[in-house]
Design a protein around this ligand. Structure first.
Ligand SMILES: [Ca+2]
Ligand SMILES: [Ca+2]
Ligand SMILES: [Ca+2]
Length: 348
C-alpha cells in the first residue's frame, strides 16, 4: 500500500469534499391519489426554478379524434374515440416517439371495453397509451421517446421528465427508465424508477425525476404489463380486463411534463476508460482496492466496483464525470475530475 494514497488524502479532507455528489443525486417526485397532484405541481415548480422556464407540457387534450388533427399523419383507430398519432406529433414540445402511439377520449373503453371506468382522465378528456401493432398481440407495452430541440430532429437532453399514470395498482407494474449517452454515444441507464401503487382502482399516480443537468436523452415509460389493444392498421383486438391476482395490472398515462430540451450533457466517460482506471487503481492501491478484478457494476449514474475486504466502492459518475469513493463507513467522497485521473493513470 502506498502511503500517499490519494484516497487516504481525500478521506482526510472529507469535511470539505464529503457528500458533494449528493447535490448531483436526482430528486424523485412520486405520489398517488391526492399526492399525485401535489407531487406533479412540486415537480413543475422545481423545473421552473431550475431552468427559469415553465417546461414542456403534453396533456393530449388538443389531439383531434375525428381525423382533423393538426398532423395529417394522425390515423383514426375508432372515429371520435381513439387515434394513432405519428412519432413527430409533439416535436414542437421537443419529443420524438419511437413508434406511433394512441390517444383516446374515452379512456380506451371502445378499444378495450373490459377496461371501461378504469382510467379516468387526469386532464379531461384525452389520455395516452401504447398499443401492439401485431394483430392480437399485447406484448408491446412500452412508450419510448427521445428528446429533441424544439421543432427539430436534433437530439437533445432534458433535466427531468415526469408523467401522470392512471390505475397503477401493483408496485413494479409501471416504471420510467431514464437514459443518457456515454462518450461513445452508447445508451446508458440513469436509473429505472417505480411508480407508486394506488389503493383505489382508477386513481392517478405521478412519477417524475429531476437531474441537475440535461443528461436525459430518452425515456422508456412502462404503464402496466400489457398493451390494452392491438391495431395492425386494419383490425382492432382488445386485450380484455386486468387481473391483479395474476399480476396483470393495466395502466395508461396522461399528462407528461419535462424541462424544455436543450443541448444534452453527454458524458465524457467511456465505459472502457472507466474500466482502465479501476484496473489501474487496483494495481497501485491494492491495500484499498482488493480483491482486485471484480466485475464493473452499474448503479446509475455510477459505474463502480465493490471491494469486499475493505467494504468500499470505487466508481465514476456518468452525470458529472467525477471519480467517487465510498469508504467502509459509508462516506461518499468526491475524488475529483475523471479526466485528471485518466491522465494520471495513462488510461487516456
Ligand atoms: Ca389529458
Ligand atoms: Ca383497476
Ligand atoms: Ca390497473
Amino acid at each position: 500500500m502506498k502511503c500517499n494514497n490519494i484516497f487516504y488524502t481525500v478521506a482526510a479532507t472529507a469535511s470539505m469534499l464529503a457528500f458533494t455528489s449528493l447535490n448531483a443525486a436526482p430528486t424523485i417526485f412520486s405520489g398517488t391519489g391526492n399526492a399525485a397532484t401535489t407531487e406533479f405541481n412540486n415537480f413543475k415548480a422545481a423545473i421552473k426554478s431550475a431552468t427559469n422556464v415553465d417546461g414542456s407540457a403534453i396533456n393530449w387534450d388538443a389531439v383531434k379524434l375525428d381525423g382533423t388533427d393538426a398532423s395529417p399523419k394522425t390515423r383514426i383507430i375508432q372515429a371520435g374515440k381513439t387515434v394513432e398519432i405519428p412519432v413527430d406529433r409533439f416535436k414542437n414540445r421537443g419529443v420524438i416517439f419511437a413508434d406511433p402511439y394512441s390517444v383516446s377520449s374515452d379512456g380506451f373503453a371502445t378499444a378495450n371495453p373490459a377496461t371501461a371506468q378504469q382510467f379516468p382522465a387526469f386532464s379531461v378528456n384525452n389520455t395516452f397509451a401504447m398499443f401492439d401493432s401485431k394483430n392480437k398481440e399485447f406484448k408491446d407495452f412500452k412508450i419510448e421517446q427521445n428528446f429533441v430541440l424544439l421543432n427539430t430532429d436534433t437530439k437533445a437532453g432534458t433535466r427531468g421528465f415526469g408523467a401522470i399514470f392512471l390505475d397503477v395498482e401493483q408496485v413494479g407494474s409501471s416504471t420510467i427508465e431514464y437514459f443518457g449517452r456515454d462518450a461513445a454515444d452508447k445508451q446508458i441507464s440513469l436509473g429505472k424508477y417505480y411508480v407508486k401503487a394506488g389503493s383505489n382502482s382508477g386513481e392517478a399516480q405521478f412519477l417524475g425525476v429531476l437531474f441537475d443537468s440535461p443528461v436525459v436523452t430518452d425515456v422508456e415509460i412502462t404503464p402496466g404489463v400489457r398493451a390494452l389493444f392491438s391495431f395492425d392498421g386494419k383490425n382492432i383486438a382488445s386485450f380484455g380486463a386486468e387481473d391483479l391476482n395474476k399480476g396483470i395490472d393495466l395502466a395508461v398515462t396522461d399528462d407528461f411534463f419535462f424541462a424544455v430540451p436543450e443541448t444534452a450533457k453527454i458524458s465524457t466517460v467511456k465505459t472502457s476508460d472507466a474500466d482502465c482506471l479501476l484496473n489501474w487503481a487496483e494495481r497501485n492501491y491494492s491495500g484499498f482496492f482488493y480483491p482486485a478484478g471484480s466485475s464493473t457494476l452499474t448503479y446509475p449514474p455510477y459505474n463502480y466496483r465493490y471491494y469486499k475486504n475493505t467494504n468500499s466502492y470505487l466508481g465514476v459518475s456518468y452525470s458529472d464525470n467525477h471519480v467517487y469513493y465510498l469508504d467502509g463507513s459509508g462516506k461518499l467522497l468526491d475524488a475529483g475530475d475523471l479526466n485528471t485521473w485518466l491522465n494520471t493513470s495513462k488510461c487516456k
